[in-house]
Write a protein that binds this ligand. Structure first.
Ligand code: NDP
Length: 255
């Protein structure tokens, strides 16, 4: 990784930084010159990633935090402010995908998706929006970038609760622009199609796994770095430009 200056002076917080899209985006934003705060539950993974980023000349702070714990998220925000500086970018990305046919009534998995994908997203917004607003007042711009999904737009058998949680992310992002745009905080929703990460590894339902295995054979999935590049692009726009929504699909995935 060579450190360039596209995002020099930026202080970025990444939730779900221990793997997949979050880890790749943390590396990319650091390579572009941002200081990065890495949040997730698996502290060992975060420490390894922070060392990797620092070995390449970047600055990284690892913070173990569960996004479903509002108090822990506020404490994490305070650590970011005191140890790195006022955050001006939140990549609000932690999420889980646990599909199963609705009549199997996996209410535990419904609840987990609601708690992380909706509740956790809002806890991160609660914890970091004050810093984004303060940073925007000082620097002229800040970014709230929420990870949604193509699931927000589509219909996938067995994925109703996940799709609903991601529709919440996209629509809430759009509405937050009304509150935060006047304060120079840009809000974007990133909607990826299929990306090779650990996300699919938590799926317990056989029919969903069979579908995922099938599409893995049929088409070339995106890599996490492809989404990291999209996030870096959003953050590097001039202050007057807010790309509201960006859908990044594998070339072979139509919907
Ligand atoms: P991964 O499973 O690789 O990453 C998920 C991340 O979320 C991990 O870092 C995990 O960290 C974190 N996480 C999960 N639960 C919690 C929690 N309670 N508190 C804190 N962190 C948590 O999957 P992806 O990188 O693919 O997923 C990232 C986002 O991208 C998700 O929102 C997902 O819905 C979305 N997405 C993914 C797509 C794909 O095809 N992969 C497509 C479209 C959207 P830890 O376990 O250490 O806490």
């Amino acid at each position: 990784m060579s450190v360039n200056t596209t995002l020099a002076g930026r202080i970025a917080v990444i939730t779900g930084a221990s793997s997949g899209l979050g880890a790749a985006t943390a590396k990319r934003l650091a390579a572009d010159g941002a200081k990065v705060a890495l949040l997730a539950r698996r502290a060992d993974r975060l420490e390894v990633l922070a060392k990797e980023i620092e070995a390449e000349g970047g600055t990284a702070l690892a913070i173990e935090a569960d996004v479903t714990d509002a108090t822990a998220m506020r404490a994490a925000a305070e650590r970011v402010r005191t140890e790195l500086g006022t955050a001006d970018l939140l990549f609000n990305n932690a999420g889980v995908m646990l599909p199963a046919p609705i009549d199997e009534r996996r209410t535990d998995q419904w609840q987990q998706q609601i708690d992380v994908n909706i509740g956790g997203l809002l806890n991160a917004i609660d914890a970091f929006v004050p810093q984004l607003v303060a940073a925007a007042a000082e620097k002229g711009v800040a970014d709230l970038i929420n990870t949604s999904s193509i699931a927000a737009q589509g219909v996938f058998p067995g994925f109703a609760v996940y799709c609903g949680s991601k529709a919440f992310v996209t629509h809430t992002s759009k509405n937050l622009r009304a509150d935060l745009g006047p304060k120079q905080v840009r809000v974007s929703a990133v909607e990826p199609g299929l990306v090779s990460t650990e996300l699919q590894g938590h799926v317990t339902d056989e029919s969903a796994n069979a579908w995922l295995d099938g599409v893995r054979q049929q088409l070339t999935w995106l890599e996490p770095e492809d989404i990291a590049a999209a996030v870096a692009y959003l953050a590097a726009q001039p202050a007057r430009v807010n790309i509201q929504q960006i859908t990044v699909m594998p070339t072979g995935q139509a919907s």
